[in-house]
Ligand binder design. Structure first.
Ligand code: GDP
Ligand code: MG
Length: 440
């Protein structure tokens, strides 16, 4: 399988002190073939290989790893990135009910997954879902949903097979409102292949239901077809996410790898069996590790990463204590913040900060980060290390160099000074300094 082939691809790098271009090329070729063989979309593979190669030719990723381990880390990072990087969850509608419309080809697992999701919400969130049976083309489909409803103790709304599905959905939603159901799942019909009539019907249902989420259920076993299906459904319905079923079987993983890259829509859950609790939240990083199948190397990478981060954090604390925090450190921090995610989330991790009302206003636009970086890049080394020398004429030069208005340069320097003061106060055990800053 894919995992085996990827492992083989890395074999010729093992034990090498330095990796030659030819070695890297041979490895990348094997990785490319392995991914194509696993039904990963052609252009996705091409992009992937390009990115890995560029990173591998760049500087060392992490000191403390040998070259082969470095490449494995890069491949793991890029696989994760390809699948969406972060875990995506269902959204809750501001007003009940949250309406989740399930679509997909026949046999993909829609009806089963409706049951699994409703069951999960009921158990975890005390939710009171209603399931709407909108697949009228197969009498057995309604019966199947009723059985599932019985099993998980969740009500099912149906009007038999002689009513227009759009009408059924309207009536079902009416009932959900009367009964104050907080979630509604619409179990729609599928076909063996995408056709116009099915899409039209789904579009009509979408129009009357105005669903919070439209989730596509795809069978991972169908490989490349799963990706084509996802593209087709996404074009017609603008999906919000994907659920990949039957990952418990002998799947090649290719579908998981390409869906996000091709459709831009994340995978939210995976089906791992036929039973009602065989549903897992999808974690791109764990999936990447599973595909790579190199638990040992990856946990080493993680440990090294942690050591490096700890070392950096310690250095930073020292600098703050010595009051020698400068623009280079600031740039470093910005880079890390960019790698980590929204500033709000990061500040939220500081003990005592999570519930700070001032946090509501903290939002950093990535574009602002780019402007800040441009300004710092326009400083000389001397200016970065010793911001005290930044007199008006230097500031004007920096403004010109970074194509930013002088006000932005002044503001950044002022903010930097404030930040430095604040850090000093925090490191001297005075949290109120931080508090003041946050509320300013
Ligand atoms: P639908 O036509 O899209 O509604 O698909 P169903 O929900 O009826 O599922 C079709 C078949 O796939 C059923 O036999 C399910 O039990 C099975 N199935 C659904 N999800 C999974 C899964 O994650 N793993 C496995 N092994 N089987 C599944
Ligand atoms: Mg069904």
């Amino acid at each position: 399988g894919l995992t085996n082939k990827l492992q083989n691809a890395f074999r010729n790098l093992r034990g090498k002190g330095k990796i030659s271009e030819a070695d890297l090329r041979a490895t990348m070729r094997e990785i490319r073939l392995a991914l194509l063989d696993a039904d990963v979309n052609f252009s996705v593979v091409r992009d992937f290989v390009k990115k890995v190669q560029a990173k591998a030719n760049g500087e060392n990723v992490l000191e403390g790893l040998n070259p082969a381990q470095q490449i494995i880390k890069i491949v793991d990072d890029e696989l994760t990135q390809m699948m969406g990087e972060e875990t995506t969850s269902l959204i809750k509608a501001p007003k009940i009910p949250t309406i989740i419309m399930m679509v997909g080809l026949q046999g993909a697992g829609k009806t089963t997954t409706v049951g699994k999701l409703a069951n999960r919400l009921k158990n975890d969130d005390n939710a009171r879902p209603l399931l709407i049976a909108a697949d009228v083309y197969r009498p057995a489909a309604i019966e199947q949903l009723q059985q599932i409803g019985n099993q998980i103790n969740v009500p099912v709304f149906d009007e038999g097979t002689n009513v227009d599905p759009v009408k059924i959905v309207e009536d079902g939603l009416k009932q959900a409102k009367e009964n104050h159901n907080d979630y509604v799942f619409i179990d729609t019909a599928g076909r063996l292949q995408i056709d116009e009539k099915l899409m039209k019907e789904l579009q009509n249902i979408k129009e009357v239901a105005n669903p919070t989420d439209i989730l596509l259920v795809v069978d991972a076993m169908t490989g490349q077809n799963a990706v084509n299906t996802a593209e087709g459904f996404n074009d017609a319905l603008d999906l919000t996410g994907v659920i990949l079923t039957k990952l418990d079987g002998d799947t090649r993983g290719g579908a998981a790898l390409s869906i996000k890259a091709v459709t831009g829509k994340p995978i939210l859950y995976t089906g791992q069996g036929e039973k009602m609790n065989d549903l897992d939240v999808f974690h791109p990083d764990r999936m990447a590790s599973r595909i790579l199948g190199m638990g040992d190397v990856l946990s080493l990478v993680e440990k090294t990463q942690k050591n490096v981060d700890e070392k950096k954090a310690k250095e930073l604390t020292e600098k703050i204590k010595e009051n020698s925090f400068n623009f280079d450190d600031f740039l470093d921090q910005l880079q890390q913040i960019q790698n980590m995610g929204p500033l709000k989330d990061i500040i939220g991790m500081i003990p005592g900060m999570a519930n700070n009302p001032a946090l509501k206003n903290v939002n950093m636009d990535p574009k602002d980060l780019e402007k800040i970086k441009a300004i710092i890049y326009s400083m000389t080394n001397e200016e970065r290390e010793n911001p005290d020398v930044l007199n008006p004429s230097r500031r004007r030069r920096i403004a010109r160099g970074s194509a930013q208005p002088i006000q932005n340069v002044n503001r950044l320097i002022k903010q930097f000074d404030q930040m430095k003061k604040m850090m000093n106060q925090v490191s001297n055990g005075n949290m109120s300094g931080m508090q003041n800053m946050m509320e300013a």
